[in-house]
Design a protein around this ligand. Structure first.
Ligand SMILES: [Mn+2]
Length: 245
């Protein structure tokens, strides 16, 4: 049986409303199921800081999945926080940045989803729109659309021809879900846009060479019943297998 590439997954670190005040490491099983369905071995990483922890994690995995979550501190990209900011726990913010840098330095593949997509852009020197309704006018699309069944398919995305994302999707248009109130503003050096929504909101980024990094603003882990969305995880696993081999 072929071995399964080890895909490290970043969980949330919940410090509010927790029993006895003890923070919880918390992850939607949609992510672990999506990685397993794509042929990878999901490894949930734990956001400790110090003692070279991120480096040890980077050694122990073949690829990295940065997941969704709350908001990056806007001071990371030189802005004062907007009143709508729901901040990430400092422990997670620090660990996510450290594991991203460590995995990047080792040349292993990275997939960013929602917050993960934004974290990659900010870590590499880009910036975000802190509150999309202030930045995008007119507001043609509700990007923060979630009902009790989770984020359901809601808007169309146009994938730019010639990108790695287009090759993975095998097409240039798709319907995605959308559960984000922030979005990428200035694209970081070394990254290029690979998809937009109809209102101009950037929905995907990738390394300029189309190789190590891929990131998307929507939540494909809710849509793995559809080939194009599962293909994002299969692509990460395939790249991780090449790296491991
Ligand atoms: Mn969207």
């Amino acid at each position: 049986m072929p071995s399964r590439p080890r895909i490290g997954i970043t969980p949330n670190y919940r410090t509010k409303d927790v029993d006895q005040g003890i923070p919880r490491v918390d992850l939607s099983s949609n992510y672990t199921r999506a990685v397993a369905a794509a042929g990878g071995l999901p490894i949930v990483l734990v956001p400790l800081t110090g003692d070279g922890h991120a480096g040890h994690c980077a050694d122990a995995i073949d690829g990295l999945l940065l997941t969704g979550g709350p908001d990056i501190d806007p001071r990371r990209y030189g802005q004062e926080p907007h009143e709508t900011i729901n901040p990430l726990a400092a422990e997670r913010e620090e660990f996510d940045r450290a594991i991203f840098e460590a995995v990047r330095a080792k040349g292993k593949p990275i997939l960013g989803i929602c917050l993960g997509h934004q974290e990659i852009n900010v870590a590499l020197g880009g910036s975000l729109h802190q509150h999309l309704p202030d930045a995008v006018r007119p507001q043609l699309i509700e990007h923060r659309w979630v009902d009790r069944d989770g984020p359901l398919p809601t808007h169309e995305v146009t994938v730019l021809p010639g990108t790695r994302l287009a090759a993975i999707m095998q097409g240039e248009r798709l319907i995605t879900n959308s559960s984000h109130h922030q979005g990428v503003d200035r694209i970081a050096p070394g990254l290029r846009a690979s998809a937009f929504a109809e209102d101009g909101v950037l929905e995907a980024l990738e390394s300029e060479d189309g190789d190590q990094i891929l990131s998307i603003q929507w939540h494909p882990e809710y849509m793995i019943g559809e080939r194009a969305h599962l293909a994002l995880f299969e692509d990460l696993v395939a790249r991780a297998r090449r790296c491991a081999g």
